[in-house]
Design a protein around this ligand. Structure first.
Ligand SMILES: Cc1ncc(COP(=O)(O)O)c(C=O)c1O
Length: 483
């Protein structure tokens, strides 16, 4: 048996608890082997690319459930939904207004359609060192300054659960004659219980993309694309879905989407969503007594353009702690067998879903409580700067302003590798980013500024992996040969 296959079997047997995607949390154990149900488009099973029967009916059912005009099943994740939506709604070479903290698939769509991006920068939540929401006023200003923009793309919620004021933003975009695409990859559960934010569709977005696999009980890669706005040409969306989706869609994934919607509907009716919301409330209440660990709570709402906060994302901050986030993440994984979704800089994310158990929440609470207590008794796990005798600077994920010199699609040709320290004022030929969260520090075609060089050095010094930098000691960058 292959190593990966065996590793998965062993992992499934372990007591490791998943505070990460997918949202089914490996809790659906109906004895179903994927091999038994893995078919292709045989007679009687319809065709995702030309749906006429069962897949069409299931997509119509999903549209009724999510209250969209049309809903499409995606088996290549939100990635293919974002690529399709942006390519369908824009014409080659035009401007597009996008939040700088968008997923890389948005940048890839910009590349494919040779678009000229105008960036919207999220506000900043100083207290946690993470990005806040997108200010509606900024959307308005940018659309007034760039009257030729007619497509706007916003990520809401963010990976950390930050939700922007989409009602206000949709109103502005529509008033200016534009269309709003919302990357709601992390919000497929929105609107299903009153504790969760309203969905982007109900706030007036024209196209919404959701990864059901992230926050609902669905299999990895399964996602939805919803259309609501009358201005959206569904034929164009379908044309691009043909291009970006595999021609051999997995029926296991497709049936998993339909089962996920069934579970979600039943959970809204039978109180499971209420039970989940209550578990979250109890958890947040208990952790508010911690002294050193800080957990993001809904009191961030109303500042930094944050309209709502999705409580399903447990954002654990190690700022003001003696232990680093990486150390805590490792303790949780190795000692407590709790696998978190991510750790970056000085915070971690534990992702929860409807499928989390009371026992899971209790294990996380007890482990964090113990770490909080031990952190109070142990000083200086963090590196100390002996020159200043102070702790390291807190991490800063503030996004530097992009100085766009060329479109991403034009950033090719004579590419050179030079030392990062010599790269000031050169044009990047690569995406340079931290993953997670994956937001570009520089994209191809953008100038490498002093601020960017300093930020990369700071991340490297902190032991974080900066992608797009090469060499054994990560000291080289790819730049365009300059005229
Ligand atoms: C904000 C955001 N949008 C889109 C995606 C892409 O989603 P998928 O993995 O379903 O393709 C991700 C993936 O992590 C994401 O975090």
């Amino acid at each position: 048996m292959s190593n990966l296959y065996q590793k998965l079997i062993n992992y499934a047997k372990s007591d490791c608890y998943p505070f990460h995607m997918p949202g089914h949390k490996r809790m659906i154990n109906d004895g179903m082997s994927p091999y038994l149900y893995d078919i292709t488009e045989i007679d009687g099973f319809d065709n995702l690319h030309e749906p006429e029967a069962v897949i069409k009916e299931e997509m119509e059912e999903a549209a009724r459930f999510y209250q969209s005009k049309a809903t499409y099943f995606l088996v290549n994740g939100s990635t293919c939904g974002l690529l399709s939506a942006i390519c369908a709604l824009t014409s080659k070479g035009e401007k597009i207004l996008v939040a700088r903290n968008c997923h890389k698939s948005v940048y890839h769509a910009i590349f494919l359609n040779e678009l000229f991006p105008i960036y919207l920068y999220p506000e900043y939540i100083e207290e946690f060192g993470i990005n806040g929401g997108i200010s509606p006023q900024k959307v308005k200003d940018m659309m007034e300054q760039n009257k030729d923009i007619h497509v706007v793309v916003i990520t809401s919620p963010t990976y950390e659960g930050i939700v922007s004021d989409l009602k206000e933003i949709a109103g502005i975009v529509h008033e200016k004659g534009g269309m709003l695409i919302v990357d709601e990859a992390h919000g497929a559960h929105f609107g299903m219980q009153k504790s969760f934010p309203l969905s982007a569709l109900s706030c007036g977005a024209d196209v919404v993309i959701q990864s059901v696999h992230k926050t609902l009980p669905a299999l990895t890669q399964s996602a939805l694309l919803h259309v609501k706005g009358d201005k959206v040409d569904c034929n164009r969306i379908e044309k691009y879905l043909h291009i970006f989706q595999t021609s051999s869609p997995s029926y296991v994934l497709l049936a998993g989407i339909t089962n996920c919607i069934k579970i979600a509907r039943e959970s809204m009716q039978n109180g499971y969503f209420d039970q989940y919301a209550k578990r979250l409330d109890d958890f947040y209440q208990k952790v508010s007594a911690f002294q050193n660990i800080r957990i993001m709570q809904s009191n961030i709402v109303g500042k930094s353009a944050v309209k709502h906060f999705d409580q399903s994302k447990i954002v654990i901050s190690s700022r003001n702690m003696n232990m680093t986030a990486q150390r805590i993440y490792e303790i949780l994984r190795d000692d407590d067998h709790l696998q978190l979704e991510m750790c970056s800089g000085d915070y971690m994310i534990a992702m929860t879903s409807l499928m989390d158990t009371a026992e899971g929440f209790e294990r996380l609470y007890q482990a964090l409580k113990r770490i909080d207590e031990s952190d109070r008794n142990h000083v200086h796990h963090k590196e100390i700067n002996w020159d200043t005798n102070s702790h390291e600077e807190p991490f800063c994920f503030r996004i530097p302003q992009a100085k766009v010199q060329k479109r991403i699609s034009d950033a090719y040709g004579d590419i050179k590798m030079i030392r990062l320290t010599d790269a000031k004022s050169k044009i990047s030929a690569e995406y340079i980013y931290l993953y997670p969260p994956g937001i570009p520090i520089a994209a191809p075609g953008e100038m490498i500024t002093e601020e960017i060089i300093a930020l990369i050095m700071q991340y490297r010094k902190a032991g974080l992996t900066v992608y797009g930098i090469e060499g054994n000691n990560a000291e080289y960058v790819k730049v365009l040969g300059q005229e």
